[in-house]
Design a protein around this ligand. Sequence first.
Ligand code: PLP
Length: 374
Amino acid sequence: MVDLQGQYYKIKPEIDSAIMEVIETAKFIRGPQVETFANNLSKYTGAKYVIPCANGTDALQIAMMALDLKPGDEVITATFTYAATAEVIALLGLKPVLVEVDEKTFCISSESVEKAITPKTKAIVPVHLFGQCADMENLIEIAKKYNLYIIEDLAQAIGSVYSFNDGSKKQAGTMGDIGTTSFFPSKNLGCYGDGGALFSNDELITEKIKMIANHGQKKQYYHDIIGVNSRLDTIQAAILDVKLKYLDEYCKARQDVAAFYDNAFFNNSDITIPYREPKSTHVFHQYTVLVNSVDRDLLKQELATLGIPTMVYYPLPLHFQKAFASDDYKLGTFPVSESLCKKVLSLPISTEMDNEQLEFIVNNIITTINKLKK
Ligand SMILES: *Cc1c(COP(=O)(O)O)cnc(C)c1O
């Protein structure tokens, strides 16, 4: 699905020397590269504060902890997404309230969010799924109206830009109270292991986040609140600081792959190409189509035998996961999400694909669908 080796070889000397510098200075934890990277990412995204941490799931957990939510408080998120978001809500004794997604963007539906609000609702967690921003214009309005926090999960959308009605533009992760992201290797900005970060424009929230990520201490060995241990390794920060310089280039390469697929499928009723929300740029963490006229799993299987890897993000909505099971969730509770789970297919997309590979993929998808239709 991704070609991380090819990506590495293109910038090998820079990466190798960044890693060696950390090893030679032996500042593996809290080395200066961590702060340098945080500052550079802050400049890139426009987030006033960037606080690195150990991974994207930790970032979500630390964000929820920083907002002083109480057990039983309700946090609204989408049912069609990666489990991490709802998982940390439940882990902290909060109540994940799952809602439907928009059938075009696959991101959380703001109408469904508003309908799910109760006096216990404290926060909304939109996930900018597959590389495109959720409906932030309306979500921010709803959050203001009901006095709710917004935590944006931008693990799949770093660098995506959202345009508001008033003409202002903001990057994913800088529009709500806190943004959380992951530097998992296959993410658009990925390191060579685990990594994550939180974004905020608020100084007090940032101070709280820093304390929580560091065992609840401001001064060493004085623990004011209950925290966790969540750090970005210096080696990972050094790698990320090199790769950040190439993020726009990587993004463009992904958009070029997407344009190739678009062009191949836009007139094809068997495949629905990803919708482009006019208010958001799309950084294509995934290129996810809907398979309309044949069995998605059969197509996936056939493509695998031809050497074409595809993925299903996600096969089961959260409301049908055993971990989040509830009697309230019957078949048909969230019909859009349930249908998406049966039809979505993510095609190979990486920064290192050439037209020959893309033609091979496209031609085989078309012939395989035609074969399966007979
Ligand atoms: C990858 C991802 C996460 C979790 O990131 P980790 O670094 O693997 O913990 C959370 N949310 C979304 C939407 C993701 O894609």
